[in-house]
Design a protein around this ligand. Structure first.
Ligand code: 6PG
Length: 509
């Protein structure tokens, strides 16, 4: 490509994700005009592209301003943003307007924007350009060799973006449901099912990505709790725990997050001539950028219980209160842990496996139910089997398990909750006793397992015909005359007991 040729795509933001998306686009035959406020990042992307493509003609050209970027693109312009969520997205949008972006130009926000911001932006900029959103999952490797992409917004824009997104996304073998590996620069995959599909109108894609991240938090926390139980309850070494996770990764728990946990646990660093597992020196204070919190907030707003996801957010918060925890640890006692041995130990490890598996099912059930509730609330039409399909490869929560979820929603598009699907019913009924045994033992060990335990509580609440909310309604009626419905009368009719009166008469209100 010469400097005068018009490029297919303009790209803004050449951080780790941006640079890798650019290289991925270039591998798939698209020419790119790139801009970043930090010109060094543009140069780095161009250098890496030259090195990887080994071509004389550049697939990526650098631009030093928004105006130059627009001038280098085929019209109508297609511009991809990979900038941090929040104010930077608006700053770039305003700069593009200043540079002369046109109403039929498409600007794609690939960051983790808050979905309501996306809805507001689409409206705000509709006379200036078409704001489209497409959250990306898969981290830097995913961006480079095939991410999962969750596009939403203008249906017209999607017709232009679709072939590009299908080309660069991860692919799944339609027969096995497993990812088709792509690991080398220059490699492209033209077969299989792409991990992208139109999600819906503005905001829907970012909402779905937000829930993906909420599930990601839960999935990670569940694995971390199993790690702590094996470490502090069974006193296993980091390598022994890695061995167990490696075995688990061959069954229904086969997932990217389990796989990387094994790699993290196995990695050793040299400290004073000694090989020490890196996890032993990583400070136990978890960071978070906010998407898990947004998911938990949305569950509360919509009244859709997702305790495993919320617990995963709380677990990060409590981990960051290190100073208070250290003080409390010196004051508050716990049980003396006696490490299990022999058959008892193996049985407990098997039970813990089932606890992890069942909790994972509950976390996904919560995430999908949340999306279902959001669909009703916001008037979207979400295709849940398609969402599960997108998540089978490329994204952080990719797992063999996502095929079972895809199958469940293909069996019944209207499925209200995964816990009602025959396959998951069978799995939960089969493994729940081991799950309970694991939680009982862990509780006696005094090890915190908010995600594993709250999942069990969710499961038990979901299979409970009569919850104690009858007493709760009685309490509300007692102090606040909030009324209640009766099981022995027609639904919708409200009753109140005159608690202060001598006869405490029950009245229809
Ligand atoms: C993905 C990830 C990603 C995530 C960051 C940071 O799907 O690729 O979910 O989008 O936002 O890895 O997440 P936290 O800092 O909140 O853990």
């Amino acid at each position: 490509m010469t400097q005068n040729t018009q490029c297919d795509i303009g790209f803004i933001g050449l951080g780790v994700m941006g640079k890798n998306l650019v290289l991925n686009l270039a591998d798939n035959g698209y020419s790119i005009a790139a801009f970043d406020l930090d010109n060094e990042k543009v140069n780095a992307a161009i250098e890496q592209d030259k090195l990887e493509s080994q071509q004389d003609t550049a697939r990526v050209i650098g631009c030093s301003s928004y105006t130059e970027l627009l001038s280098k693109l085929k019209a109508p312009h297609l511009i991809v943003l990979s900038v941090p969520a929040g104010a930077p997205v608006d700053q770039v949008c305003e700069s593009l307007i200043g540079a002369g972006v046109q109403p039929d130009d498409i600007v794609i926000d690939t960051g983790n924007s808050l979905w309501v911001d996306t809805v507001a932006r689409e409206e705000k900029y509709k006379n200036n350009f078409i704001l489209f959103s497409s959250a990306v999952s898969g981290g830097e490797v995913g961006a480079r060799f095939g991410p999962a992409l969750m596009p939403s917004g203008s249906a017209y824009a999607w017709t232009r973006i679709k072939p590009i997104w299908e080309a660069i996304s991860a692919k799944v073998d339609a027969t096995t449901g497993k990812p088709i590996e792509r690991t080398q620069p220059g490699e492209v995959v033209n077969e299989g099912e792409p991990c992208t599909a139109y999600i819906g109108p503005a905001g829907a894609g970012h909402y779905v990505k937000m829930v993906h991240n909420g599930i990601e938090y839960a999935d990670m926390q569940i694995i971390c709790e199993a790690y702590q139980v094996l470490r502090d309850g069974l006193m296993l070494s980091t390598d022994e725990i890695a061995d167990i996770f490696e075995q688990w990764n061959n069954g229904p728990l086969d997932s990217y997050l389990m796989e990387i946990s094994v790699d993290v646990l196995r990695h050793k660093i040299d400290i004073d001539g000694k090989q020490v597992p890196v996890v032993d020196v990583i400070l136990d204070k978890a960071g978070q950028k906010g998407t898990g919190l947004w998911t938990a907030m949305s569950t509360l707003e919509l009244g859709t219980p997702a305790p495993t996801i919320a617990q995963a957010v709380y677990a990060r918060s409590i981990s960051s209160m290190k100073d208070i925890r250290v003080k409390a640890a010196n004051l508050l006692t716990g049980p003396q842990v006696v490490a299990l041995t022999g058959d008892e130990k193996q049985e407990f490890i098997n039970n813990l496996h089932d606890a992890v598996y069942c909790s994972k099912i509950c976390a996904y059930a919560q995430g999908f139910q949340l999306m279902k509730q959001a669909e009703n609330e916001h008037g979207w039409t979400l295709d849940f089997s398609s969402i599960a399909k997108i998540w089978r490869a490329g994204c952080i929560i990719r797992a063999v398990f996502l095929q079972s979820i895809t199958d469940a929603f293909e069996r019944d598009q209207e499925l209200e909750n995964l816990l009602l699907d025959p396959y998951f019913v069978e799995q939960l009924n089969k493994h729940q006793l081991n799950w309970r045994k694991a939680i009982a033992t862990i509780s006696l060990m005094g090890i915190p397992t908010g995600a594993l335990s709250s999942s069990l509580s969710y499961f038990d609440s979901m299979r409970c015909n009569v919850l104690p909310a009858n007493l709760l309604q009685g309490q509300r009626d007692y102090f606040g005359a909030h009324t209640f419905e009766r099981t022995d009368k027609a639904s919708g009719k409200k009753y109140h007991v005159e608690w202060a009166s001598a006869d405490k008469a029950i009245k229809l209100v």
